[in-house]
Each structure stands twice: as structure tokens, then as C-alpha cells.
Design a protein around this ligand. Structure first.
Ligand code: NAD
Length: 517
């Protein structure tokens, strides 16, 4: 039988809205959740409304937190591998819905289709990872210094996890947290970006399907509350939320981190980046051009790991930078639904204005700019389209020291390797970094304790496009949090150390004596 054909790409706002309503309806989202009184959710593709989503009221948020706290009491007692089975079913639902959910991401965030679907694939991958993890939440057996004693460590569920997400990875970041939290025994209460609640409602419906197939889960195990920072703040301040995982700007993280610390809660902060690559004289330039292009222009420069600064050795500057400039002049920019393009829209007009402002500031400092101009996208007049900008800087200063969430790549010459490392580390953010070299001393030096100061450091690839198997996160003002693979699961559990005396005497540690009659 021929597979069902996808509908032709829709170009009018009305058809974008009906397209998304069609998908949400099939997922089982009640129309009242995305129509009626509420915030208008604009598609970056055309700038027009996809639907309206009401902010959760304070009473609704309070009720959601209370339900999550109740769910914790039940879910923590479900054996971890059984919790993994629920996550396995979520992964199955995501597999079946990959094309549809990817399209919701494209419509709501403006990502090109392969990146929209790639984001869903990342969700599937972390579910698979978490299923295996559900049988590996292991503690340690530790040799005791006392006779007839056993010393051990266990990991227990931490409690409700509040997840606050940014617009640019509207569903993948939730899944990095949720898949781990659920197998760890924690309910998940999600406050998506106010720009992207429709993807969250879609995911909530898919999770409900998985819950039905699982045979039911505690009421309130996985919930979504919608709205802006006030709704996020209610999660941040509530002591019933054991872990607050917040992804977004450093400005947001500074507030959230302080508030969670004030109540001695646990925060996982995933904040802004100002990521750099170094291109050394021995680099494979063909490979470097492709990697730099994807790192700097992919997702229209709206990834936390987007390449924003490039340090090029003097001796290869004239071989590399004109090649990059040619790519910048010709890369396809436009409506991601109208045909194959590599660079879609910025999220909104404010993002375009921020890009224009940063380029003006760079020009005022003497920079030479290739690209950066507004692009007219057929059928998408209300979207904000910009040609990515390659900005040759006289020094690392001004806007180069900031994260402007747009496709701007600042380029600077360097003379010696130590200087390049110093320039790369001389910003307040510490998320991702990379080096292009075939000299193993440079590669290993870059990865050494004296090299990159970032949470992610790659060799012969760009700064973005991380896999879920590694721990994801960054240092300094990127917040220090780790999510996703490796042992990031420990952030969602509490550690219990236990000493067990199976003898008849009471030897004290460190030889301390305390003899009473
Ligand atoms: P943002 O900071 O504007 O918003 C992020 C989320 O935080 C939203 O849900 C928002 O409602 C909420 N929020 C804002 N202020 C809050 C407050 N005071 N209390 C509680 N919640 C609050 O960020 P954005 O524009 O949506 O996303 C872009 C930013 O996110 C960039 O800086 C990017 O680098 C960063 N980001 C980081 C990572 C990472 O893993 N390090 C991943 C994706 C995006």
C-alpha cells in the first residue's frame, strides 16, 4: 500500500494555523487549549497567528504543583525498570509521531524541516538512553574501616522536577530532563517558553497516549503549565519543586539561580553561550568550511551552541575567510516551507533588531561585514529573515563579547596558539568550543586543563550538534548545569550514604572512644 502522502506545504497564515490544528487534533489536544482567549502564538515563518494559548492562572499552577507532589509519593515506589517501560512507550509514541511533531516544531519555531524532525529524533534518542539507564541507577559498595560493617550508597528519587525551557529547542530540552527524571522516579512539571507552548501541548498529548498504554500513571506525573516568567517564577519559588532545571538566557538564570538557592533547592542551569572555534595552520580547510557553516548558520544562529567567534591563524586567514564569505553570500535563506533552504527565519522582529544593532556596533568599531541584510521570503512577508553575517573584527571587543541570538560570526586573526586559547576563553560564557587542526599537540593542548574552559570542546568539528550520550552543559555564566547523557541522571536523584553494623560491638570511626557503662 502506498504510504499516506503529506499535505503540500502551506503558505498562508490561515493554512499554517489549520495545519497545526490538524496535527494537534490528531494527537488528541483539546481545541480549547489552543484557541479562545490567550496569548497569540505567532509562526516565525509568516509572523501570523497559529493559535492562542491561555496563561495558567496562579490557582492552576498551585493545583499542578500539588498534583505533582502527590504523584511523587506513588511514582517513587514504582520499580525503576518499570518506570523505564513508561519512557520506552513515550519513545514509541514519538517515533510514530516524528514527522508530525517535527512539523509542529517547524511551524512554531521556524526551523527547517530536517532540523524540526532532528529535534524529535533527539527526544527518541534520550528516551532509548533513559530506558537502559532505568536498570543502571547504581550506587556504590564502599569498604568500611570498621569490622563487621558495610558502607554503601543509594540513589533515591529527588522529588518534583520543574522544567523551564527556551524557545529554540522547544521539545528536545524538555526530553533531556523528563526522560531522566521519569526513570529516576520524579514527576515533571513543564513551563515551556511563552513563544512555543503548542509544541509542549503536542508532547503532553503524546505522553498521555503512552500513559494509557502503560496502564495509567499517577495523576500529575507529567504536566504542562503555560505562560511567561511569572508562571516560571511560581515553580522557582515553591519548595515542593525539588529540582528546577531552567534553560534560557543568562539574564534569566541569574534570577532563577538566586531564587532557588535562597530556598536551598537544586537548580540545573543551562544558559547562554558565546562559542568559539580556532582554525590552526594545519587544519583541513575543506572540512573546516563545512563545519563552520553549519555551526554558525544552522538554526539561523539560534542554538545555544551556535558558533559565534572564529579565531583564524594569520597564515591561513586569506585562504579561509574569503571562502567563508562566498558561502555567506550564497547560502539559501528563506521560507522553510516553500522549498529547500538552509537558513530559516529568526524567531521574531525583536531578534532581527538585535542582530541589526550588533552589526551596527561592530561596524562602528571598524568591522567589515559580509551579509546581514534583510531577505524577502516569498509568501512569508511577516517573517523576519536575515542573511547570516560574517564580521571581520579588528579586535575582540563590543558585541563580540556578547551572545546575540542571531547568525553573526565574528572573525579575528591570531598569531600564536597560546593567544588563540586566551582569546577563546576571554568571555563570560563557557558552553562550547572547537579546534580545527591536524597537529596532535594543538588538539590535545586544546582539550587539556590549560586549554578550552568550556563544558564542550570538540576537535575537527563545529561547536553545535551534540549527541545525547554525553553530559551537556557549560561553565561560568552558562550556569554549570549538566543534562542528558553520562551521569547527568545524578542531578535528578538524592544520594543516601548508609553504614550497616552487622556485628555485636560498636567501633567508632577514626578510632574515637566513647565508652559509657
Ligand atoms: P529566555 O531567558 O528569554 O526564556 C527562557 C525561559 O525562561 C522561558 O520559558 C521564560 O518564560 C523563562 N523565564 C524568563 N525569566 C524568568 C524568570 N525570572 N523566572 C522564571 N522563568 C523565567 O530565553 P529564550 O530567548 O527563550 O532562549 C534563548 C536563550 O536560551 C539563549 O541565551 C540561549 O543560549 C539559551 N539556551 C541555552 C541552552 C543550554 O542548554 N545552555 C539551550 C537552549 C537555549
Amino acid at each position: 500500500m502506498e504510504p499516506a502522502r503529506r499535505k503540500e506545504p502551506a503558505l498562508t497564515a490561515e493554512s499554517l494555523a489549520s495545519d497545526i490544528a490538524d496535527i494537534l487534533g490528531r494527537f488528541g489536544v483539546a481545541p480549547s487549549r489552543y484557541s479562545g482567549v490567550g496569548r497569540t502564538i505567532a509562526s516565525p515563518i509568516t509572523g501570523e497567528g497559529l493559535g492562542t494559548v491561555a496563561d495558567s492562572t496562579p490557582a492552576a499552577v498551585e493545583a499542578a504543583i500539588a498534583r505533582a507532589a502527590d504523584a511523587f509519593r506513588a511514582w517513587r515506589l514504582v520499580p525503576a525498570p518499570r518506570r523505564g517501560e513508561f519512557v520506552r512507550l513515550i519513545g514509541e509514541e514519538l517515533r510514530a509521531a516524528k514527522a508530525d511533531l517535527g512539523r509542529v516544531v517547524t511551524l512554531e519555531v521556524g526551523k527547517v524541516p530536517s532540523e524540526g524532525e532532528g529535534e524529535v529524533q533527539e527526544m527518541i534518542d534520550i528516551c532509548d538512553f533513559a530506558v537502559g539507564l532505568s536498570r543502571q541507577l547504581q550506587g556504590l559498595a564502599i569498604p568500611s574501616e570498621r569490622p563487621d560493617h558495610r558502607l554503601m550508597e543509594q540513589w533515591h528519587p529527588a522529588g518534583v522536577v520543574g522544567v523551564i525551557t527556551a524557545f529554540n529547542f522547544p521539545v528536545a530540552v524538555w526530553s533531556w530532563n523528563a526522560a531522566l527524571a521519569l526513570v529516576c522516579g520524579d514527576p515533571v512539571l513543564w513551563k515551556p517558553s511563552e513563544k512555543t507552548p503548542l509544541t509542549a501541548l503536542a508532547v503532553e498529548a503524546l505522553v498521555a497516549r503512552a500513559a494509557a498504554r502503560f496502564g495509567g500513571v499517577p495523576d500529575g506525573l507529567v504536566q504542562v503549565v503555560t505562560g511567561g516568567r511569572e508562571v516560571g517564577a511560581a515553580l522557582v519559588d515553591d519548595p515542593r519543586i525539588a529540582v528546577v532545571s531552567a534553560t534560557g538566557s543568562t539574564r534569566m538564570g541569574r534570577v532563577v539561580g538566586e531564587r532557588v538557592a535562597r530556598r536551598f533547592g537544586r537548580a540545573i542551569l543551562e544558559l547562554g553561550g558565546n562559542n568559539a572555534s580556532i582554525v590552526t595552520p594545519s587544519a583541513d580547510l575543506d572540512l573546516a568550511v563545512r563545519a563552520i557553516a553549519f555551526g554558525a548558520m544552522g538554526t539561523a544562529g539560534q542554538r545555544c551552541t551556535t558558533l559565534r567567534r572564529l579565531f583564524v591563524h594569520d597564515t591561513i586567514y586569506d585562504a579561509l575567510v574569503p571562502r567563508l564569505a562566498a558561502v555567506y553570500r550564497t547560502v539559501s535563506v528563506g521560507n522553510p516551507l516553500a522549498g529547500p533552504v538552509l537558513v530559516g527565519p529568526l524567531v521574531d522582529a525583536a531578534a532581527g533588531a538585535a542582530m541589526d544593532g550588533a552589526l551596527a556596533a561592530a561596524r562602528a568599531l571598524g568591522a567589515a561585514v559580509t551579509g546581514g541584510e534583510a531577505v524577502a521570503a516569498p509568501g512569508a512577508a511577516g517573517g523576519c529573515y536575515r542573511r547570516p553575517a560574517l564580521v571581520e573584527m579588528p579586535a575582540q571587543q563590543g558585541p563580540m563579547l556578547e551572545e546575540t541570538f542571531a547568525p553573526i560570526l565574528y572573525v579575528l586573526r591570531y598569531g600564536d596558539f597560546a593567544e588563540a586559547i586566551e582569546l577563546q576563553n576571554a568571555v563570560v560564557q563557557g558552553l562550547s568550543s572547537s579546534i580545527f587542526t591536524t597537529d596532535f599537540r594543538e588538539a590535545e593542548g586544546f582539550l587539556s586543563a590549560a586549554g578550552s574552559d568550556c563544558g564542550i570542546a570538540n576537535v575537527n568539528m563545529g561547536t553545535s550538534g551534540a549527541e545525547i550520550g554525553g553530559a551537556f552543559g557549560g561553565e561560568k555564566e552558562t550556569g554549570g548545569g549538566r543534562e542528558s547523557g553520562s551521569d547527568a541522571w545524578k542531578g535528578y536523584m538524592r544520594r543516601m550514604t548508609s553504614a550497616i553494623n552487622y556485628g555485636r560491638s560498636l567501633p567508632l570511626a577514626q578510632g574515637v572512644r566513647f565508652d559509657v557503662e
